[in-house]
Ligand binder design. Sequence first.
Ligand code: GRG
Length: 296
Amino acid sequence: MDIKASLLEQKSSIEAMIYPYTKCEDGYNDPIVKAMDYSYQAGGKRLRPMIISNVYKMLSNDQSIDITPYMAAMEMIHTSSLIHDDLPAMDNDDLRRGKPTNHKVFGEDMAILAGDGLLLLASEVMMADIEKYPELSRIKACKSIIDASGVSGMVGGQVVDIMNEEGKIDEETLLYIHEHKTGALLTASFLAGGYLAKADDKTIKQLRKIGGNIGLAFQIQDDILDVIGDEDELGKPLMSDAKNSKDTYVTINGLAKSKQIMNTLLDEAIELLTEIEADKSLFLQGLIRFLGSRKY
Ligand code: GRG
């Protein structure tokens, strides 16, 4: 399988599916929808919706459920976190996905509201048809996504990250930050796909472990790319961690050991995936391998 070609192909079909979900202009709210769409439609790998869709396809015999709202919601929450992460009060970044950050284009006030708008629209979109289709599997998928975004998930990770912004940080705290700030949404993507497919408890447990491994591996590669990546490919400046005097996996463990830890996590994830479904998980296996060598 040519994984890069498949990733690009899936990325564009996902974008065609999820873009319509922000169409909520009432005339007065045009400016905020424009600011939301600016970041929502700014590219990105679309990994999280891709995981939801491929886990669902791998596990479900009934492909009749429309899982697009959950894919759109996940990408909205991810995008809202990127908009807020770039704000002057947070990382104060000028570039994201190769374009000026949201607050650089629309101002800080609109960028804050664009993040808030996307975050809440995600819940609206997932809940839109709940009276028509009140199945537990959909409620569990929605819950897993919302839980992962909040104070026990991504927001919690960001808080601990901010509290430890400068100086030394122990590996346990760094692990907490990565597992929550980055890992929570990636894990929720595996779980949401599993819940929508009505997977059994054993499979859900395996998916949670796969998501956890991938979340951590993803962030380790982020730390590695921040040092040895290519600014044009990444679409953002390098050495942002060093600029902020931040301890990372690389400063704590060194480059070689960080890579080794990352590869072990990814190998384990592939092994687990193969235990769940050997043949029907080929794309996801390729995606996981790609994460270990990604340059962007
Ligand atoms: C608004 C819910 C909400 C939260 C705000 C700012 C914040 C709290 C959390 C920060 C979360 C964050 C930015 C984590 C980093 C995750 C990460 C590694 C992002 C990059 O993901 P990619 O590479 O990005 O998938 P693309 O651009 O490909 O989508």
